[in-house]
Design a protein around this ligand. Structure first.
Ligand code: IPE
Ligand code: IPE
Ligand code: MG
Ligand code: MG
Ligand code: MG
Length: 327
């Protein structure tokens, strides 16, 4: 992220601004994804405007757009052509945004800020925030149902995403997250939770892209393997940022997980063992890179970009920067 950039700046994909293969990929697919999002969302003035304003507020508030860019990458790796990858990515970003609006609610993580701006319920009130989240969720499935692909392939994409979001995926993980507050859960349960609340949607961004493009099962399995490893890495970094991150990297003050008594990698394993776990997650993600050439470089760079959100001093003492040091 360039110096001086605010976390909440409108419609900026913060992680995507660094130079590198991931940034270049974003430059290639970002405009198509942003245009698809804009097309999918009703105008703010459309009745009832309160909910449409709230939907747009959260979708265009500086998210890193990692999931839609991964969906477009899976699509491209499968040989997909045309706008399908953008539409798929945009639909997944709507689901991600719904999950964040609900995640911030007082009955969930009770966060007043996201991406350096007021969270949806603080800006629009709790009822509209709940409804805006609901609306984004169903709008995503409306868009998925209209994907430009043969009906059978479209159905496979729908099932892949539905499973990743439901009680076997994001929602199941969120349930365990909430029910684990104030508890010392086992590392195994923590992994189970992270694989679902965060890993499932990241993984299915890649796999559904591949499915939409008609990729063969072996290719989809490779995408899934990388997606799982990367999903865990991503949430370990997210957990660490709450302890070590700057306001800019976090978009809100740190320490919220501790206040809520969240089960996180640092709270369950401590910082030193989390450092080791992060190193393993980086190694596992690098080992699972599903392709050589351009896509492999893009994913390798993404690992470095995500890990690079952590403070450099801490990283340098951990050796976790390895991904960034790769040629
Ligand atoms: C935040 O995801 C929620 C988690 C799953 C950890 P991101 O860090 O990808 O959120 P934005 O969209 O870029 O703000
Ligand atoms: C959120 O995890 C995961 C989902 C929204 C599904 P967190 O609660 O750790 O995400 P942040 O830290 O609020 O972004
Ligand atoms: Mg949460
Ligand atoms: Mg949260
Ligand atoms: Mg978090």
């Amino acid at each position: 992220m360039p110096q001086g950039e605010r976390p909440g700046r409108k419609n900026t994909a913060r992680v995507n601004t660094a130079e590198g293969a991931w940034a270049l990929w974003w430059r290639q697919v970002g405009p198509g994804i942003e245009a698809a999002l804009d097309r999918m969302l009703p105008p703010s003035t459309e009745p009832p405007p309160s909910v449409h304003r709230a939907m747009r507020y959260s979708v265009f508030s500086g998210g890193k757009r990692i999931r839609p860019a991964l969906a477009a990458l899976g699509f491209s790796m499968g040989g997909g052509k045309g706008d399908g990858g953008y539409q798929l990515g945009a639909a997944i970003e709507l689901i991600h945004t719904f999950s964040l609006i609900h995640d911030d609610l007082p009955c969930m993580d009770d966060d007043d800020f996201r991406r350096g701006r007021l969270s949806s319920h603080r800006k629009f009130g709790e009822a509209i925030a709940v409804l805006a989240g609901d609306a984004l969720h169903v709008l995503a499935f409306d868009a998925l149902a209209a994907l430009p692909a043969p009906p059978e392939r479209r159905l496979r994409v729908l099932r892949e995403i539905t499973r990743a979001v439901g009680t076997f995926g994001v929602i199941g993980g969120q349930v365990v997250d909430i029910e684990s507050e104030g508890k010392q859960i086992s590392p195994k349960r923590l992994l189970w939770m992270h694989e679902r609340k965060t890993g499932a949607l990241l993984r299915c961004s890649l796999t559904s892209g591949g499915i939409l493009a008609g990729m063969r099962p072996a290719g989809i399995a490779r995408l899934a393997r990388f997606g799982s490893a990367f999903g865990l890495l991503f949430q370990i970094v997210d957990d660490l940022l709450d302890v070590l991150g700057s306001y800019r990297a976090l978009g809100r003050r740190r320490g919220r997980d501790r206040v809520r008594g969240k089960a996180t990698y640092p709270s369950i394993l401590g910082l030193e063992r989390t450092r080791q776990r992060l190193r393993e997650a980086v190694e596992q993600s690098l080992a699972a890179i599903p392709a050589d050439g351009g896509p492999g470089e893009i994913l390798t760079d993404l690992i470095g970009v995500v890990v690079g959100r952590l403070p450099a001093e801490w990283l340098e003492s951990s050796g976790a920067r390895k991904a960034e040091e790769r040629p």
